[in-house]
Design a protein around this ligand. Structure first.
Ligand code: ASP
Length: 309
């Protein structure tokens, strides 16, 4: 049996310790642990890495604390436009979706695109039509309403500014979510889901649904889920860049992840972090911001639930 492991994140950013109440910190850790445990149980029972990352991301999407699914931020038109992706490192199959509304679990739709369509990436109205044909329930806008999120949006409503959830004011919450896992067979997978940026417009799409930028998995190298300033992560092709350093420069998972997050992406002005596993069950979780909501667990019994450096 291969060592198995899982890592999850709930976004990276300007997380300042003094701004967080003990109660809120406990809630974040509770929801991170719930997602981690669900994913880990799948792996422990012999399930696949794909199943584990989907279930872990679903738990985070169902939490209003994170900027994905239920907790998604508001767009310029007071709606929610969500993006998600998933990739199977064994087959290199992938599914991605962007600009969808009313879907409770965008990560599951990305998996259905991977498994039930001929395509990799569906967007907007067409993606919604695909979801409806598969029988997805379309949730009312009230399901996604959160007072904190709404206030965040009201502050910049009508302006040309938009706000990255993780780079915003010091008391803000942060939150794209993701999971990476290595199963007992040594297969790895990655999934990422987000509501994007507060007050975004013009059909803005970040790195989260882009295979190679915010999400990537290949058994030969690594499975990666990113969080950070999406425009920079797209230009840095961050997730694939980690895999390239491992494949072509023979770097370890930790060294390649550190190089991309602490050097390459910083050089072009990007901030954020990523979670990574390889097919031996190793884990890396580097970030160049003050914090990153993160958790991990391995079959060797190592477990982490952390927010700050
Ligand atoms: N990377 C995401 C985006 O640009 C945001 C985040 O990680 O919070 O849409």
């Amino acid at each position: 049996m291969n060592n198995f492991s899982i890592a999850i994140h709930g976004g990276a950013g300007t997380l300042v310790k003094g701004m967080m109440t003990a109660k809120l910190e406990a809630r974040y850790k509770h929801d991170l642990k719930a997602a981690l445990d669900e994913g880990y149980t799948i792996l422990e029972d012999g399930g696949t890495a794909i199943e584990a990352v989907e279930i872990a991301v679903k738990v985070l999407e169902d939490s209003s604390l994170f900027n994905a699914g239920k907790g998604s931020v508001f767009t310029a038109t007071e709606s929610h436009e969500m993006d998600a992706s998933i990739m199977d490192g064994k087959t290199l199959n992938a599914g991605a979706v962007s600009l969808i509304t009313g879907i409770k679990n965008p990560v599951s739709l990305s998996r259905d695109i991977m498994e039930k369509s001929e395509h990799v990436f569906l967007a907007g109205e067409g993606a919604m039509q695909f979801a409806k044909e598969l029988g997805y329930k379309i949730e009312d806008a009230s399901y996604f309403y959160d007072e904190f999120r709404h206030n965040q949006w009201l502050e910049i409503k009508g302006t040309d500014s938009f706000q990255l959830d993780h780079a915003t004011k010091k008391d803000s919450k942060f939150g794209t979510v993701g999971a990476v896992a290595c199963d007992q067979e040594g297969n790895i997978a990655a999934a990422t889901s987000t509501g994007g940026m507060t007050n975004k417009k013009w059909g803005r799409v970040g790195d989260s649904p882009m295979i190679g930028a915010g999400n990537y998995a290949n058994n030969k190298t690594c499975a990666i889920s990113c969080t950070g300033s999406g425009e920079f992560f797209i230009r840095g092709v961050v997730a694939y860049d980690v895999a390239c350093l491992m494949e072509h420069k023979n770097m370890s998972l930790q060294a390649a992840s550190d190089e991309v997050i602490n050097n390459r992406i910083l050089e072009i002005g990007g901030d954020g972090g990523l979670i990574a596993v390889d097919a031996k069950g190793n884990i890396a979780m580097p970030f160049n911001t003050e914090g990153m909501y993160r958790a991990s667990k391995t079959s060797k019994g190592e477990a982490v639930i952390a927010i700050y450096k």
